[in-house]
Design a binder for this molecule. Sequence first.
Ligand code: FAD
Length: 411
Amino acid sequence: MSSVEITTDVLIIGAGPSGAVAAGLLRKKGWDVLVLEKQHFPRFSIGESLLPQCMAFVAEAGMTEAVEAGGFQYKNGAAFHHAGRDTAFDFREKFSHGPGTTFQVERARFDQILAGEAEKAGADVRFGHEIVAVDFESDRPRVDVQTDEGGACQVSARFVLDASGFGRVLPRFLDLETPSSFPVRMSLFTHVEDRIDAADHDRDKILITVHPEHRDVWYWLIPFGNGRSSLGVVARPEFVERHQGNAGQRLWQIVHQDPNLARLLANAQWDTPAREIRGYSANVKQLWGRHFALLGNAAEFLDPVFSSGVTIAMKSASLAANLLDRQLRGEIVDWEKDFARPLKQGVDTFRTYVDGWYDGSFQDVIFAENPSVPVREMISSILAGYAWDTDNPYVSESRRRLRVLAELCRG
Ligand code: FAD
């Protein structure tokens, strides 16, 4: 096994959305960027429904044109269904400024486009390279890398951004992991040729369905542009395990417990093996340290219900890249004040609404009849990902506002 030594300004671990956007931004500022990605792209990833807020970070990284040219399914909102009741939020009707539309994406292709844009911007992106050990003791961090062709190398960098997603490279090696406050949930999901011809189905929106009997069980239906859809269910493992068979058979049974989904998908071709993921909620003790910061899912992951994962990942990339640029130019910067705190502010906003989803209060708000238009626009903003807009009272005082609003809706 031959071992070579590479030096760079910034090493980014992982070429998913947070890694690619951080790489693009740092290249725009002129830094040497090496991105090491364990897998080869295109590769499957879950997380297919984007939020309009993330388009601002795609634009900041100069990647809008490439994403728009990708031919992905346009998305302008979220539709909700529970036991015969329907409601929908149009993200263009929102309180916050910023994009009101986005896309529903096959992540294999979307992530490949972003990584390709980072490469075009001059980042050195290497696939089939896995980080297997790290050393943050000396003045320059060093990592050991193994390639899937049997090679090895060492990288020394001025700073490391961990964008390794559920790989959670630095949290594992530096003992930063801490349990999530969310209970263990699991998800079963697949792609189907949906063959939906129902006139009431809006392909421009994600459809979130609450299970008719169990309000903590919910489904996503994310239409793509090619007649296919991503279909999944989220539930506690005890619920899923009450059903017989493999992941696909269990998913099929649970989907058919909802009459509306059963109707929409009556002609669907279930042609792809289902996958299963469990215990994905994760947290860390700290978001940064000497010579490193954690991006996206390598830091905290809450819950998939509001499709906030890619948006949070890109927000963390934007905050980190801008701060790191200042640090590399010699400025004394404060990672707690200018990275961790602002990032957590939005994550905590999402946390309020995720908690409210599972305790039922936010579901009551979403399905409320005759809500006031201004309040609905503020809620629409949050669902569109504008969780950092503290001008929105449902962001700045999220817990109190949600409690009061839920009481009003129930009343
Ligand atoms: P990732 O996209 O996971 O990228 C990390 C990359 O790092 C991977 O390519 C991986 O191969 C690489 N890597 C890992 N370990 C190593 C290593 N040792 N060395 C080198 N490379 C490594 N989000 C949404 O926005 N919308 C949704 O609809 C949505 N639905 C979801 C549904 C479910 C069931 C779940 C669990 C999550 C969902 N998410 C959704 C969240 C979304 O998947 C993630 O938040 C998002 O992919 C995070 O991006 P990232 O860049 O942090 O990491």
